[in-house]
Design a protein around this ligand. Structure first.
Ligand SMILES: Nc1ncnc2c1ncn2[C@@H]1O[C@H](COP(=O)(O)OP(=O)(O)OP(=O)(O)O)[C@@H](O)[C@H]1O
Length: 241
């Protein structure tokens, strides 16, 4: 397995040795609004990074560029040495499906599917047969303490239960990176802490790195490293542990 990063195109911005994912000198504008103006962020295997910053500073845009969801206007995103934004759409979406997991503020579970079907969905989309996919999904629901709700639909769950299922779904494929955008943003502080503890423990156990956008300093306390986005640029606060 190679762990090299994308070519360093940004003067002064270099990825750390062994980085799995490296966004370098990213720029992105939406019409007249400059969302990213030279943001860089790299991720080591298994590392939990909190991305902090004021509202509108560019955190979500940075996460979306790193995750292959939003194309930057300039800069590179390297994943294991391949430039995410130089590959075909099909290759990038296959990479997203197999290497990345996603947890968003409101879970984004499919309302018509049960929790078990929702959790098995990424495996089914990767071509796995129903029975083994659902077996794996059930194991993850057990880990996240919501296996008793496997037959329920998202509308029947509390916000915290839904987020636990969303974490199970994000981790079921064994991704190397989980992208989480305000995963506890819709929860009260008690449930938010519980969900965060489960996400960080589950990611650590499975070796997945986590890139986590949050406003909440208590959530950021779970991170190995904090990166602050300020007017579309990143400032690394370094390793906290
Ligand atoms: N799809 C879009 N179309 C137009 N403008 C956008 C779009 N996405 C983001 N922006 C703008 O880009 C800037 C950065 O937005 P972004 O969502 O990345 O910030 P953020 O730090 O995640 O904010 P918040 O904490 O409020 O979610 C903002 O000014 C926002 O309004």
């Amino acid at each position: 397995m190679t762990t090299t990063t994308a070519p360093n195109t940004a003067p002064g911005a270099a990825a750390r040795d062994g980085a799995l994912l490296a966004g370098l000198d990213l720029h992105k504008s939406f019409g007249p609004t400059a969302a990213l103006t030279g943001a860089s962020l790299d991720v080591l295997p298994g590392e939990l990074i909190a991305v902090l910053g004021a509202s509108g500073s560019g955190k979500s845009t940075l996460l979306h560029c790193l995750a292959g969801l939003t194309r930057p206007d300039a800069g590179t995103v390297g994943y294991r040495g391949a430039d995410l934004w130089a590959m075909s759409d099909a290759a990038r979406s296959a990479l997203r499906r197999t290497q990345f997991g996603f947890v968003f503020q409101f879970g984004q579970l499919v309302p018509e599917l049960t929790l078990l079907e929702n959790t098995a969905l990424p495996l089914r989309l990767n071509g796995q047969r129903r029975r083994p996919a659902e077996q794996q999904a059930r194991e993850w629901l057990e880990r996240l303490d919501v296996a008793d709700l496997a037959g329920k639909r998202p509308g029947e769950l509390s916000g915290g239960q839904g987020q636990r299922a969303a974490i199970a779904r994000a981790l079921v494929t064994g991704p190397s990176v989980v992208f989480a955008d305000e995963p506890t943003g819709a929860l009260d502080s008690l449930h938010g802490e519980r969900v965060m503890a489960l996400l960080s423990a589950a990611a650590r156990d499975s070796g997945a790195a986590v890139v986590l956008v949050t406003h909440d300093l208590r959530v950021a306390a779970y991170a190995d490293r904090e990166v602050v986005v300020h007017d579309g640029r990143t400032e690394d606060r370094g390793r906290l542990l």
